[in-house]
Design a protein around this ligand. Structure first.
Ligand code: NAD
Ligand SMILES: N/C(=C\C=C\C=O)C(=O)O
Length: 490
């Protein structure tokens, strides 16, 4: 709806109704410094109202059959698909000059949000329970699963509707009611989705969305005693805080966090495929995808050739305004984030590393009105030590380090030598080596000779500081349900 000064003014969605909030956050367009949208600055009061609505809706929704719930999810997927262009425009505009290109929103974010509902609408129909027998004792044992209750779903700004629906769909398919909190930086598409819920047949109170900041509404939500389950995607420091706040209640937690993802490129790799894919895996969505490559290990015999061709390809990766369909990359999410990313380049320089292209080396070519935006060129760093912060810490920007290696054992040890363990890529024509290396990497996901091909049936998630738990058909079902073992003596 239109609010102050004709700007978009979002409202919370609680109990099937849009409700105004007593205070609002200004959301800025960072290229102009102007407010472009008002987002509810919700807190405890709004969380209380959402918990009440979710509690009231739970008995009815949880007692529907999986088939009935599945039909509702299918209808929601259809409605989202019918609004694909409108949602893609909004997703790109919401990150606006901040970054998401219209092409990525059209081809990845919104189609995947649609697919999330279709996928879980289908997978909920195919779960089976376990059964075992103890004939010598005359016993039969079996399991039953039931939804947990009210789920808190907290998501980040980088893939707004994609990641939020990746949580809402499995949670409600399993019969839970939910309170979702999108990032305060990118709330618009979640709000637009609320307008479709009633038409899809989602009963009031099954999906509630409260908007606002982490410290205010996020903390009120995760520390609420009647919310037994939290699915969180975001940064490691926030995950720590959520873990502390939820610990007194022994809540069920799923944490999908950051990464420092290696690409390992052996001398027998098909460079014609590897180079464009590794440019994409390093710089897609401005490098603001938790799965992006940020450390590239290249076998020494092909190191010089790889570096030359990789830098050439990185320079071709077009930085442009997000509404330009030919742009490969837009701008970063905020001024603060751009400064943080640039600070890594500065530190790398001070440590004696070389910046081969991008920040401080090449010139951005942008229209005059976008020159104040938070744009940065794809940046390649080399001559950097494994102990450098650029090789250890998650930068979450269009920056990647390229270093040589000699042997398989050595590169596995170096790739594993960070606190994260989310995603890795391995490039080699030797099938035996691909399997061997993939097995030894401390990483929840390993893509070999490709990147970001998603099979939603299988577990998604990270090891070490990259997270706790997995998401996927079976994993999300197990997370969003409680299991009970029943023994029958006959
Ligand atoms: N593993 C994955 O699947 C995955 C996917 C996307 C992003 N990420 C990670 O997310 C990070 C970037 O996203 P971000 O900057 O939005 O992360 P963030 O942790 O700052 O925020 C994520 C969400 O948590 C909320 N939040 C912040 N403080 C909170 C608190 N104290 N209590 C409750 N909620 C709180 C935010 O408002 C937002 O909705 C990166 O580290 C990235 O790697 C991981
Ligand atoms: N959760 C998924 C992707 C996360 C990307 C992070 O930025 C997914 O593809 O299911």
């Amino acid at each position: 709806m239109a609010g102050r000064g004709g700007l978009l003014m979002l409202e919370n969605f609680i109990g099937g109704k849009f409700l105004p909030c007593s205070s609002y956050l200004d959301s800025y367009d960072p290229s102009t410094g102007e407010v472009y949208c008002h987002v509810p600055n919700s807190g405890k009061e709004e969380v209380e109202a959402a918990v009440e609505a979710a509690r009231a809706a739970f008995p009815g929704w949880s007692s529907r059959s999986p088939q009935e719930r599945s039909q509702v999810l299918q209808r929601l997927a259809d409605l989202l698909e019918q609004s694909l262009e409108e949602l893609a425009q909004a997703e790109s505009k919401d990150q606006g000059e901040r970054g998401k290109t219209i092409t990525l929103a059209r081809t990845m974010d919104i189609p995947r949000a649609v697919h999330n509902f279709r996928f879980f609408a289908s997978s909920i129909l195919h779960h089976t329970s376990e059964c075992t027998q103890m004939d010598h004792l005359g016993c039969l044992h079996y399991t039953v699963r039931a939804p947990v209750g009210i789920a808190a779903l907290i998501s980040p700004w980088n893939l707004p509707l994609y990641l939020l629906t990746w949580k809402i769909a499995p949670a409600i398919a399993a019969g839970n009611t939910v309170i979702a909190k999108p990032s305060e930086l990118t709330s618009v598409t979640a709000w637009m989705m609320c307008r479709l819920l009633e038409k899809a047949g989602v009963p009031p109170g099954v999906v509630n969305i409260v908007f606002g900041t982490g410290p205010r509404v996020g903390e009120a939500l995760v520390s609420h005693p009647e919310v037994p389950l939290i699915s969180f995607t975001g940064s490691q420091p926030t995950a720590e805080r959520i873990t502390q706040l939820s610990a007194p209640y022994c809540k069920k937690l799923s944490l999908e966090l950051g990464g420092k993802n290696p690409a390992i490129i052996f001398e027998d790799a098909n460079l014609a495929e590897c180079i464009p894919t590794t440019v994409r895996s390093s710089f897609a969505n401005q490098g603001e995808i938790c799965l992006c490559t940020s450390r590239i290990f290249v076998q020494r015999s092909i190191y010089s050739e790889f570096l030359k061709r990789f830098v050439e390809a990185a320079r071709m990766w077009k930085v442009g305004i997000p509404s330009d369909p030919s742009a490969d990359m837009g701008a970063l999410i905020s001024k603060a984030h751009l400064e943080k990313v640039r600070s890594y380049i500065k530190k790398a320089r001070m440590e004696g590393a070389q910046i081969l292209c991008g920040e401080g080396v090449d010139k951005l070519n942008l229209p005059p009105r976008n020159q104040a935006g938070y744009f940065m060129l794809p940046t390649v760093i080399t001559d950097v030590k494994d102990e450098s912060c650029c090789m250890k810490e998650e930068i979450f920007g269009p920056v990647t380090c390229v270093v040589p290696f000699d042997s398989e054992e050595e590169v596995i040890q170096r790739a594993n030598n960070v606190k994260y363990g989310l995603a890795a890529t391995v490039w080699s024509g030797n099938v035996g080596r691909v399997h061997r290396v993939a097995k030894k990497l401390q990483s929840g996901l390993v893509w070999t000779n490709c990147w970001l091909i998603r099979e939603l049936n299988l577990p998604f998630g990270g090891m070490k500081s990259s997270g706790v738990g997995r998401e996927g058909a079976k994993d999300s079902y197990e997370f969003f349900t409680e299991v009970k073992t029943i023994t029958v003596k006959h």
